[in-house]
Each structure stands twice: as C-alpha cells, then as structure tokens.
Design a protein around this ligand. Structure first.
Ligand code: NAG
Ligand code: NAG
Ligand code: NAG
Ligand code: NAG
Ligand code: NAG
Ligand code: NAG
Ligand code: NAG
Ligand code: NAG
Length: 569
C-alpha cells in the first residue's frame, strides 16, 4: 500500500500546494506561459509550475514574451506513476512522446503549441511542467538522437533490470553549426545522479528531486557524477538498489568550450528516475514480504548473535556455520554461472549445498582437530567480507578494474592478505572473525527489515560474479542515509561487544577446545601446537590461573574442557 499513497492521506498537503503554486486543474483548457524571466548561467529555468489533469484531459500550452536572444526552449513535463503524452507539430515535423518524464525542444524561430494529454480515466494526474531557455552556443540535448522515436529527444531513458539500471540519452548536437549531425558527440556529456530517501515512494520527494536536478545549480550542488566506464558514451550502467529512488540528470557541454573554468555553453537534459525495482509491482520493491523470509531473517539474526558472542566457545557450531556460509556463496555463484536458474530456485539449492559444506568442515575439524587449519576458513570469510567492502566503497572510475581478471585477482589478493594477517594470531583471529561475521549476520537481518543497503556489500560481489556486463556498472551505494548509518554503527558496536565479551568469557581457557576426538594421542604432543602464537598462549595461561608456571601442555590434560552436546558445542 506504501506504493500508492491515497488521496486521503496527502490531500491536505495537495490542496495547500494547489493554492500556493498556482495549479491549473484542467480537463480541457488552454494556458499561456510567459517566458520573460531572465536566465543566468547557472539557472536557465524560465518557468516551473504544477498542473493537475483531471481524468481524460487535453491542455494546450502556448508561450508568450519569448526573449529574442534565446535560440531554443526545452519544455518538460513530469508525472508521477501515470503516463502522459506530449505532442507538437511545426515545420520540423511532428513529435509525439509518451511516458512519465518527457521533454520537447522548441526552436524560437517557430514556436508552436504543445499539447499535454492524459488518457487516465478517473485518475487525477499531477504534472510538473517547466521551460528552460538556451542560447545560440548551447548544445541541443538529444539533437543527434539515433534510437529514440522523435527527432530531438532531450530526455533520459531509464531501464530498470533486477540487478542494474541503464540510463541512456540521445547524443547532443551543436545548435547552429551542425543540425544535421554529421559530427554527433561534438559535445561532452556528464551524467549525474542523486538518491532520494530510502523506502520512500511518495510523490513529494520525487518531484522535489526532479526539480533539484533540473538546473545546473542544483546538479552541481546535489548531484554525484556517474563516471564513464565503457562505451557507448550515451549510456551508463548502475547497480540497482531496490527501494531507494534515484534521479538521473545529464549535462551537455559544447566541445568548443572545453576549458573547464570557462564553460559558457551547456544544456541540461530532462531528468528521469528509477526506484531500482518495478514500482508498479508492489512486491519487487520490498525485500521482505512473506513469512518465509521473515523466519529466515529471524534465524539469521539469532545465528549471528550466537556466533558473535559465543562462536569461539562453541567451536564446532562455528566451524559448521563457517563452512555453511562459504558453501552458500560459492555454490550460489557457481550454480548461477553454469545454469540459467531463476533466483527463487537458486537460494534453496545454495542452502542445501551450504549445509553440505558446513557438514564437511565440521567433519574436518572432528577428524583432524588442527585449530590453525580450522581457523583458516573463518579467516577467509572475514577476508571475503573485507574485500567485498573494498569493492563496495571503490570509486567507480578505475578503468583497470573493469577487466574481470584484474578485478578478481585484486579481490582474491585482498581476501588472502586479510586471512594471512589474522591467521598468524589464530586465537585472537578466531574471536575477531566470530565477532565481525556474527555481528554482520545480525545486522544483515536488521538491514532486510529496515530496507537499508548494507546487504549490497555481498550482493554487489555476487552480481559482479554472475551478471554479464556488471563490470561496467557504477556501484555508488546509497550509504549516507540514517538507516545505513544506524545499521553500520550497530555492526561496529555489536562487533566490539562480541569481541570483548568473548575475550572475557574465554579467559583462562586453552585457546582452542580439544578436538572432538580428544583421545587422539598426538594432541598432547607439544609439536602439534608449536605454532607461534598458540604455544605462547599456552605458556601464559597457567601462570594467570594458578600463579605458577606449569608445563606448556598441562592445562589440556589437567582440565579437559569437554564440549557438551553434539553440534551445539
Ligand atoms: C483552446 O484553444 C483552441 C484553439 O486555439 C479552441 O478551439 C478551444 O476552444 C480553446 N479551449 C478552451 C477551453 O478555451
Ligand atoms: C513579463 O511580461 C509581463 C507582461 O509583458 C509583465 O507584466 C511581467 O512583469 C514581466 N515579468 C518579468 C519577470 O519581467
Ligand atoms: C533577454 O535575455 C538576455 C540574457 O538573459 C537579457 O540580458 C535581456 O535583458 C533579455 N531581454 C529582455 C527583453 O528581457
Ligand atoms: C495531438 O493530440 C491532439 C489531441 O489528441 C490531437 O488532436 C492532435 O492531432 C495531436 N497532434 C499530433 C501531431 O499528433
Ligand atoms: C470511472 O468512473 C465511473 C463512475 O464512477 C465508472 O462508471 C467508470 O467505469 C470508471 N472508469 C474507469 C476506467 O475506471
Ligand atoms: C523515465 O523512467 C521511467 C521509469 O524508469 C520510464 O518508464 C520512462 O519511460 C522514462 N522516460 C523516458 C522519457 O524514457
Ligand atoms: C567549433 O569552432 C570552430 C571554429 O571556431 C567551428 O568551425 C566549429 O563549427 C565549431 N564547432 C561547433 C560544434 O560549434
Ligand atoms: C570565456 O570564453 C569566452 C568565449 O570563448 C571568451 O569571450 C571569454 O573571454 C572567456 N572568459 C574567460 C575568463 O576566460
């Protein structure tokens, strides 16, 4: 229900807005827009206002007082959720565009009437209309459009796929000199984006976001540049964050004025948006809606808390989950790469395989009982998480990393280095792994409930591994909003608490529990434990406990910490 705010809730706001912004409630009417406001370099907007279309409507828009120094106008109309149509006929031909974020270029040598049409019966559509004026040197947005159905397409097309969003425009043209587009792309284009607040599908932030990115002033202030990663120049690919709206804008600058400090000629395309999901399909924007996912999340949270605070003490359980999570991620990626299975079927398959992996790792510990090797897997998991954060935080314009080979080499390097770094201090490493990974699992579950974007730390890596062309995607996660900050702070706090607690809880115990088959004679051999940090730990412990230095392996024999029951130990 969140998707479609009803009139009841927001009608008061709407009425106020109608009153203050001079809205025209129209079914069939004619309006004339005066365009004698003077423009500045930063803000070339001549007019902007809301228009309300009641049911099936047809509004004719005329322009008056057009400043003679203008060469062309960009007329734009934005509606929320309902599609509208713009049409216009002049000596250059007929242009008809349909959709939600539309625009037309009107040359001032022949100003024609623009028709705004809505054929949504019984539906009131609010439309924001705006007119921008440009001069002779300014490039024409979409002037060299090759693909879209109109000659001049000054608008952005956004296509939302499950994993990424494509933003595409028609190439701009230089106005007076090159209307025939012999040399398209004569102008530079810069793409920008701005996130709306998470899980907010109301029309107010939507319109405010669009209005912000309509002028160069707003774009420079609030927009984040989307770097060019691969050809074509007219397209950008972005990682999708379902439920977080984004507004996209493009600024074209004339190549003849490439001096960055003295850009005199530019034009701004009509901005467009994406919620990272299909907003008409209520399910696709909400990650958690069915009871099964709720239960899974609850399970994840409980497991996470347990590992965070008791992971080291219940070593076998930890071993199982380390194997389980590695198994889920590896088999998810492998299955997705090898076969074409849809996502709902992938997860159960990966889970089954994860249980299998968990079992194998648990068995491994049970059979061999070498702590240093057992800790390797949690360390690698921690390395994976760190490398994923590294990818998540990576600025998008490193062409070197667009190559899969380079990327995965670096990724695995970061992962192994992390594992190696913690590996040398196995006991502390294992507690760190438990605390960090357990806290991550806990906040991951919270993250799903809250609709923040922490989960994309992992999801982006899986996308990179399984989605074709994802190497060209700009990651730019929305991570500065209160939900994300809250979740990250919670992760930090839980991790620290978990570490301190486990450190205290395991004080005076041998660093690792005896392997399950503690009858193994080799265990009491000092040689098994001659791994730097561990043996020194062994030597320290007895001193702390009894005040006298006992033999290096005595504690194990003297105080056998047998684990309690089956898996839960
Ligand atoms: C709008 O203008 C058209 C022609 O310019 C005219 O036929 C029509 O009656 C006008 N409609 C209204 C509501 O004034
Ligand atoms: C625009 O022109 C109209 C009439 O010509 C005038 O009333 C109005 O004040 C002008 N507005 C501006 C901003 O110059
Ligand atoms: C036309 O626009 C130019 C530049 O914005 C401005 O200097 C000039 O005064 C405007 N002319 C009129 C008649 O408004
Ligand atoms: C624009 O729409 C109006 C109303 O539907 C229609 O009368 C007119 O013929 C259309 N013009 C073009 C060029 O399609
Ligand atoms: C519009 O409303 C009328 C009366 O309320 C109803 O008869 C008609 O079926 C509705 N049309 C649509 C397309 O919903
Ligand atoms: C703007 O984006 C919406 C949703 O992503 C899409 O439906 C619409 O067609 C786009 N507008 C244009 C002009 O392509
Ligand atoms: C750029 O400037 C040169 C000479 O100054 C001119 O010949 C050319 O047409 C200009 N190109 C554009 C796109 O304005
Ligand atoms: C900026 O460029 C314009 C046109 O190319 C030129 O007339 C003007 O002197 C330049 N200004 C500066 C500060 O470089």
């Amino acid at each position: 229900m969140k998707m479609f705010p009803t009139m009841g809730g927001s009608s008061l706001v709407l009425i106020c807005l109608m009153y203050f912004t001079g809205l025209v409630a129209a079914q069939d009417s004619n309006i004339t827009i005066p365009l004698n406001k003077s423009i500045t370099y930063e803000n070339k907007e001549l007019y902007g206002s809301y228009l309300t279309l009641n049911g099936e409507s047809h509004v004719r828009v005329d322009f008056s007082n057009v400043n003679k120094s203008l060469y062309f106008l960009v007329f734009q109309a934005h509606s929320y959720m309902s599609s509208i149509t713009l049409n216009m006929t002049n000596k250059y031909g007929t242009s008809v565009v349909m959709g939600t974020n539309l625009g037309l270029v009107i040359f001032t040598d022949e100003i024609s009437t623009v028709n705004v049409l809505s054929d949504n019966k019984n539906v009131t559509v609010r439309v924001y209309i705006s007119v921008h004026g440009y001069e002779k040197n300014d490039p024409i947005p979409g002037g060299c459009n090759m693909e879209l159905p109109v000659n001049i397409a000054p608008f952005l097309t956004t296509l939302t796929f499950p994993d990424y969003v494509l933003v595409e425009v028609g190439a701009p043209s230089a106005p007076a000199t090159d209307r025939t587009c012999i040399t398209p792309l004569q102008a530079d284009m810069t793409f920008y984006m701005m996130y709306l607040s998470e899980q907010n599908f109301y029309s107010e932030p939507y319109f405010n976001g669009l209005r912000t990115l309509m002028t160069l002033e707003g774009i420079k202030k609030y927009g984040k540049e989307i770097p060019f990663i691969s050809i074509p120049y007219t397209r950008r690919r972005l990682s999708a964050y379902p439920g977080t709206g984004a507004i996209y804008a493009v600024v074209a600058t004339s190549k003849n004025f490439t001096n960055k400090d003295n850009l005199t000629a530019y034009s701004v395309y009509v901005p467009n948006y994406s919620y990272g999901c299909n907003e008409f399909d209520e399910d696709s924007c909400e990650m958690i809606d069915d009871w099964l996912s709720q239960i899974l999340c609850l399970g994840l949270m409980i497991t996470g808390l347990f590992i965070c605070f008791f992971g080291h003490r219940f070593f076998k359980t930890e071993m199982f989950f380390a194997g389980f999570f590695s198994g889920v991620i590896i088999s998810y990626i492998l299955i997705a790469l090898v076969t074409v299975v849809d996502k709902p079927a992938l997860l159960p398959a990966a889970t089954v395989s994860g249980i299998f992996f968990g079992g194998i790792w648990w068995l491994f510990w049970w059979l061999y009982g070498i702590p240093v090797l057992a800790v390797l897997l949690p360390s690698l998991n921690l390395g994976f998480l760190l490398a994923s954060i590294f990818y998540y935080r990576l600025p998008g314009n490193i062409p070197y990393l667009a190559s899969d080979f380079n990327f995965w080499t670096l990724f695995i390097l970061v992962m192994l280095l992390t594992a190696l770094a913690v590996f040398s201090v196995s006991y502390a490493a294992n507690i760190i792994c438990c605390a960090v990974l357990g806290a991550f699992a806990t906040v991951l579950a919270l993250d799903y409930y809250m609709g923040s974007n922490l989960k994309f730390i992992i999801i982006n890596v899986i996308r990179r591994a399984t989605v074709p062309s994802f190497n060209q995607a700009f990651i730019a996660p929305p991570d500065t909003q209160w939900r994300d900050v809250a979740v990250a702070v919670m992760w930090l706090l839980l991790g620290t608490l978990g570490f301190l607690f486990q450190h205290w809880y395991n004080r005076g115990r041998p660093p690792f529990p005896p392997p399950p088959r503690s009858v193994r004679p080799s265990i009491s051999e000092p040689s098994t434990f001659s791994y730097g940090a561990i043996s020194s730990y062994f030597r320290r412990r007895p001193t702390n406990q009894q005040g006298t230095v006992v033999g290096s392996v005595t504690p194990i024999i003297a105080r056998p910490y047998t684990e309690r029951t089956g898996l839960l130990s």
